[in-house]
Design a protein around this ligand. Structure first.
Ligand code: ADP
Ligand code: MG
Length: 387
């Protein structure tokens, strides 16, 4: 029997096929890449710590065929728009969605590799702007395809991730880290990846989830932030690291922090306490997974939430409420996923608790805030690939 996700993916492929045949005639090659979750390790990347992402069963799929010209014609099924562009820097398309694809082509070319004109149709089921990185899925899908179609797969996978990241920086105005594109490119079924953001080394950890489910609850709120709280958090971390004479908080432990307690502000102390704790929590979760100890995994997730809420102060009322509801419903682990101030919580839930949790969370959240949260069950799946 097919899962709901597979059904959905088949329908998507069918739709892409039809559109491709109608618009361009014949058929091309299918590629896909995935959105991602991060189980634990938040605000650690710029502190030289660890993140622990995995690709999910929500994807962007594209059918692509070289067209023998120097122009690209791309149709987006979900937006129902076509974009046409050349491959020189001045050919940037007007549509935002097409700039992700154009940017990928440009970044491939800038690195001395080849891209030529193509026709493409693409669609996706990664929710947009929900924190699951639909943009990284789109970039990775096309980066993988350009590598496969024109470059005999000579571009290594890390470079494919960097191509996506540079696309965000240079063509979409988003100054992101590498995690999203890394996860989308390297993702592997039933595995999370611990990425060391200092050395860029990574390791796969099996994440089979027997008897558990992973589900995201999207609060659908995003609080407008006035005074660049992210920059302020970064500055706090940098000040403490400088005081300790180290490059990043990766190299600090709580003893170090306590030694300089009187020399730093109470606020900086709290920020650093969170970061130092979070580094260890990622390591703890990896150890626990190797033992199949989901209780500890969940405990650390709750600790991360508490740290983000009370020490790093990047939570908000709605996310704290979602976390409280998870606790009340006996959810094994729950925390904010992403930078904070809105967006999703990620929840590790025992199978038997799943349905009651989802109905309680929808009902109670609606009662309090007047709208339903969105529920996204996810399965850890493969990243960029040819289908
Ligand atoms: P996210 O957190 O999902 O990555 P972003 O704002 O970074 O949110 O990226 C979303 C953008 O990516 C969309 O506005 C659109 O331009 C592009 N995008 C993502 N998925 C699709 C899709 N299925 N079809 C067209 N464009 C898409
Ligand atoms: Mg994005």
């Amino acid at each position: 029997m097919k899962t709901e996700q597979q059904e959905c993916s088949c329908a998507m492929e069918q739709k892409i096929k039809e559109e491709f045949a109608t618009r361009f005639g014949g058929e091309g090659t299918f590629y896909a890449s995935a959105g991602r979750i991060n189980l634990i390790g938040e605000h650690t990347d710029y502190n030289g710590g660890f993140v622990f992402p995995g690709a999910i069963d929500k994807v962007i799929e594209a059918e692509i065929r070289p067209n023998g010209t120097d122009r690209c014609r791309v149709y987006s099924v979900d937006i129902n728009e076509t974009a046409e562009f050349g491959l020189a820097e001045e050919d940037a398309p007007a549509q935002q969605w097409a700039r992700y694809i154009f940017g990928v082509c440009r970044e491939v070319i800038k690195r001395g590799f080849e891209v030529k004109g193509f026709d493409a149709v693409f669609a996706g089921n990664v929710p947009l702007g929900a924190g699951l990185s639909s943009s990284a899925a789109l970039e990775s899908c096309f980066a993988f395809a350009m590598n496969d179609l024109y470059n005999d797969n000579k571009i290594d996978k890390f470079e494919l991730a960097r191509i996506g990241q540079s696309t965000e920086h240079n063509y979409c105005g988003v100054n992101c880290g590498i995690m999203d594109q890394f996860a989308s490119v390297f993702g592997k079924k039933d595995c999370l990846m611990r990425l060391d953001c200092r050395s860029m080394e990574f390791e796969y950890f099996p994440f089979k989830l027997d008897g558990y489910k992973l589900v995201l609850v999207d609060s659908r709120v995003k609080h407008e932030l006035v005074d660049s709280p992210y920059n302020k958090r970064r500055q706090s971390c940098e000040r403490v690291a400088a005081k300790l004479g180290i490059e990043t908080l990766r190299d600090a432990d709580m003893d170090d922090l306590d030694r300089i307690k009187d020399e730093i502000s109470e606020e900086d102390y709290k920020r650093a306490e969170y970061v130092i704790g979070e580094k260890q929590r990622v390591l703890d979760v990896c150890d626990a997974l190797e033992r199949g100890d989901y209780a500890t995994v969940g405990e650390r997730m709750y600790q991360t939430h508490a740290g983000m809420s009370k020490l790093y102060e990047v939570s908000c009322e709605e996310l704290d409420y979602l976390n409280d509801l998870a606790k009340e419903c006996g959810v094994t682990g729950s925390r904010i996923m992403g930078g904070g101030f809105g967006g999703c919580t990620i929840n590790l839930v025992k199978d038997d608790f799943y349905d009651p949790f989802v109905s309680v969370v929808i009902k109670k959240f609606h009662e309090k805030y007047g709208h339903d949260p969105k529920i996204y069950p996810v399965i850890i799946s493969d990243g960029a690939r040819r289908l």
